[in-house]
Design a protein around this ligand. Structure first.
Ligand SMILES: [Zn+2]
Length: 423
């Protein structure tokens, strides 16, 4: 824990790509020697090239859970413990020294994860090292909004911090008085909750004075980041984290870097123009449930420019969201072209009339529905139609049949997605 804390807080980062390659070669070596041999599924593959390992994803991970984990825990045992914890909202599900967690992705598909003490310590070290406010020895009050608590996070409470868990399944209004009492110095929550808190703060229902705000669990859009910053007067940091690990976080210069100290990222490129890719990750630090050659559904857009912070880890221009959050419009010369959700966001943001929020939902290749929450829907609709046509022309595409709606659609998904592509 101390080592990862120190590295995240004071480490200079990788000076160049050679340093990344060198570090990762050692990580892969350790993985092969010390971890793979303990997993029934991976033991026979420890000496084989990475390309021979099975390509993993969430459903295969669930199916082969018993053979993948190195703790001898069966899928039934893990599910049983995790489901009971979820129902009772008493989150200390452990099997021996191993904590069991259950996650629900945007797709609603469930994923299990395991962490042992060493993994929890490394995680805590990185998070505290990177995000603990100055000065180091001042006691901090941390508010953490999460759908389910987990022993992973309970690791954190101690003399230097008061750690309070806010259950996302409780009503939002119920959190307000508790938050006011706690008066947190560090606020950690999904972007959507941070936005609600920012609105409450602007409406003076809350008067929080956090010195750090960290967005987790879902994509932080630039407009959300701006709203949160305006309400609280501090910039928002972002941790790109999922069941599968800590994939990236913002550096001191404010850019999002991939966590190449822990993870090797192979790329499944889905768009040659932007280099947008779905990451295929291999994590050197996870040992209870190894994450090897695991393909995520997220679409990442790399930023080739070097970061002012000096670290050579891959820098991201943005996380586009999940693969099914990407719009593809028919190209004039045939085929489909990727329209980044960022382009839609900009088209809305640049409308002459103010828009509070929006959704863009494409059905197949032919029909696009856009909802605009604004006081002047007719004007906004006309302007947006024009600006999306220009966008299509710029990308050499035809704009799908566009239907504009006033207000926002009814949403039931646990995570907000502004841009969605349906089959
Ligand atoms: Zn940086």
């Amino acid at each position: 824990m101390i080592r990862s804390f120190w590295q995240a807080r004071y480490g200079a980062g990788f000076p160049d790509r050679d340093a990344v390659a060198h570090h990762q070669a050692r990580g892969m070596d350790r993985l092969r020697r010390r971890i793979m041999g303990r997993s029934p599924l991976y033991a026979p593959l420890a000496d084989r090239p990475v390309e021979d390992w099975p390509l993993m994803d969430k459903s295969r991970m669930m199916r082969d859970f018993t053979a993948i984990n190195t703790c001898g825990i069966t899928l039934e045992q893990a599910l049983d413990v995790a489901t009971k914890a979820e129902e009772s909202r008493d989150f200390s599900p452990m099997i021996g020294q191993v904590a069991v967690g259950l996650s629900t992705g945007t797709s609603g598909q469930r994923g299990l994860f395991l962490t042992n003490r060493r993994e929890r310590a490394i995680w805590a070290g990185v998070m505290l090292g990177r995000f603990w406010p100055q000065p180091l020895l001042r006691r901090q009050r941390i508010a953490f909004f999460l759908r389910a608590n987990n022993a992973l996070y309970e690791t954190l409470g101690n003399a230097l911090m008061q750690f309070r868990f806010y259950d996302l399944l409780d009503t939002f209004e119920g959190h307000i008085p508790r938050l006011a009492t706690q008066d947190p110095t560090v606020l950690i929550a999904p972007a959507q909750i941070l936005c609600l808190l920012a609105q409450a703060q602007e409406a003076r229902a809350l008067r929080l004075r956090p010195c750090r705000i960290i967005s987790v669990a879902e994509v932080l859009s630039p407009e959300d980041a701006a709203l949160i910053r305006r309400a609280f007067g501090v910039p928002v940091d972002q941790v790109y984290q999922c069941t599968e690990g800590v994939l990236g976080y913002t550096c001191r210069a404010g850019s999002l870097h991939l966590n190449e100290r822990f993870i090797r990222f192979d790329r499944d490129v889905i768009d040659l123009d932007t280099g947008a890719f779905c990451p295929v990750i291999t994590d050197f630090t996870r040992e209870s449930l190894p994450i090897l050659r695991y393909r995520l559904d997220d679409v990442l857009v790399p930023d080739p420019a070097p970061c002012p912070c000096g670290c050579a880890s891959v820098r991201l221009a943005r996380i586009e969201g999940r693969a099914d959050d990407i719009l593809w419009w028919p190209a004039a010369q045939g085929g489909l072209r990727m329209i980044p959700s960022d382009a839609i966001r900009q088209a809305v943001a640049l409308l002459p009339v103010p828009v509070r929020d929006y959704r863009a939902i494409q059905h197949g290749q032919r029909s696009l529905h856009v909802w605009l929450d604004t006081d002047r829907p007719t004007q906004a609709a006309t302007d947006l139609r024009e600006s999306l046509s220009r966008l299509a022309a710029r990308h050499g595409c035809t704009l799908p049949a566009l239907t504009l709606h006033s207000g926002l659609p009814v949403e039931t998904a646990p995570k907000r997605r502004r841009v969605v592509a349906l089959p």
